[in-house]
Design a protein around this ligand. Sequence first.
Ligand code: 5RP
Length: 233
Amino acid sequence: MTEEERVTSVKEAAGRRAADLVETGTIVGLGTGSTVWFTLVRLAERIKTEGLEIVGVPTSMDTTTKATELGIPVVGLGEVEKIHLTIDGADEIDGEYQMIKGGGGALLREKVIASISEKEVIVVGPDKVVEKLGTTFLLPVEVTTFALPTVSRALEAFGCETVLRLSDPGVAMTTDNGNQILDCRFPNGIDDARELERAIAAIPGAVESGLFIDLAHAVVIGHEDGSAELRER
Ligand code: 5RP
């Protein structure tokens, strides 16, 4: 098995297993990323084969497109007050179920959806489970364009180096919300994620950080043999 095949089978195992947690008649938050892709595929299968009835609330334009193409009914936030279950990916998750998200750039919508979800299930491979956040992945911060220089300086005062995320060489990536992303490298990881999330939220022009604190309730960890393990907080 090549490394690419191994990563794909881990994602598929986690994504599909989480989709089997979805009950008929529920409102389901649809996360973003390559692991959630397999959740979407499995949900579409269940809609066709079992008559599963759900309404999806996507966390990105990309997921809206994919879910719609697969035949999963989707609505916007204006049509729901709460979400029963959200399934989303993560870039890092620690032993307390705190996370870094935003590798796909959808952190703002993902956090809004997580905040109104009764249950948030995270789908990952074992490599995303870390002892300390910020050690294997940069922390994304979504920033309004005007404030990029001031937010960058304010973030660097916390001891990180910031890098503007690009979509193409020389072209800043634009999020679904029309903002940019600064990726923050903390040389020794993040010591106090809860406090850092609060501190970033207080910076004018910083729209949202990829620190997800107390938002995940369970994690499904996929393995390369096709099995997946569900851990509840
Ligand atoms: C997007 C995210 C994704 O959930 C995260 O990057 C994981 O993606 P993948 O499943 O492709 O590894 O936070 O903003």
